[in-house]
Design a protein around this ligand. Structure first.
Ligand SMILES: Cc1cc2nc3c(=O)[nH]c(=O)nc-3n(C[C@H](O)[C@H](O)[C@H](O)COP(=O)(O)O)c2cc1C
Length: 210
């Protein structure tokens, strides 16, 4: 599959067949994810491939438990109840995917970050001023991963909703400082034919300053 086709056919898929994803394919996806650009080529990522079903189910359970704690116990009306159910599903369906790639990330401190902090900014202010290069680098790598999965004939979905239970997930996955959980990517063979969700027309997203 050429790159343009992979870009144009990738879509977020949330229902998969039970077909396992071989380790060799997961390794190839991660190899290609590792080709992404990153701030100062820091490559602030490591991928945990999770094929163990019991662990995937447990991960989804801890996210569900956390959300139930966070959401008001008594939704005001039917519409709010449905919205809560949708949110629970949005953040926990990944437990049914045949494979997960959990992205661990760690902060990279560039010379300019240190200078800005010495100059009086907080770390958060410095990161904002620099365009959050760490998070953006991880995003570039995850997009590579999604496109690699597409090219290898898999469907995928990038999730950050489960990070509401980041602390619990990190403990479950044995992720300790300086690493933290950055995102989860679900991967598998799609249950049905997929189609990319509608995207804005080019003229809505392109401006030329000549
Ligand atoms: C940073 C990020 C976080 C996302 N988190 C979730 C998530 O927690 N659960 C989920 O089901 N989809 C999640 N998605 C998928 C988006 O809902 C999806 O990309 C969007 O609806 C556009 O659809 P498409 O990917 O098919 O083009 C996330 C996507 C991104 C880029």
């Amino acid at each position: 599959m050429d790159l343009k086709t992979a870009i144009e056919t990738r879509s977020s898929v949330r229902e998969y067949t039970s077909e396992p994803v071989p380790e060799a394919d997961l390794r190839e996806m991660v190899r290609l994810a590792g080709c992404a650009p990153s701030v100062n080529n820091s490559q602030p990522w490591r991928y945990l491939a999770i094929t163990n079903e019991a662990l995937r189910v447990r991960m989804a359970e801890v996210v569900r438990g956390r959300l139930i704690e966070v959401l008001p116990p008594d939704p005001g009306d039917e519409a709010e109840r449905i919205a809560h159910e949708k949110l629970l599903e949005f953040c926990t369906w990944f437990g049914r995917a045949p494979a997960l790639l959990a992205v661990k990330t760690r902060d990279y401190e560039a010379v300019l970050d240190r200078a800005l902090v010495r100059w009086g900014l907080t770390r958060e202010e410095a990161a904002r001023l620099r365009g959050h290069p760490n998070a953006v680098s991880v995003g570039a790598s995850v997009e590579n991963l999604l496109l690699a999965a597409t090219a290898l004939g898999y469907a995928s979905c990038w999730l950050t909703g489960p990070l509401v239970a980041a602390r619990e997930l990190e403990s479950l996955l044995d992720i300790g400082a300086p690493w933290r959980l950055g995102a989860i990517v679900a991967v598998g063979k799609p249950l049905r034919e997929t189609r990319q969700s509608p995207k804005k027309p080019l003229d809505d997203i392109f401006e030329l300053i000549a």
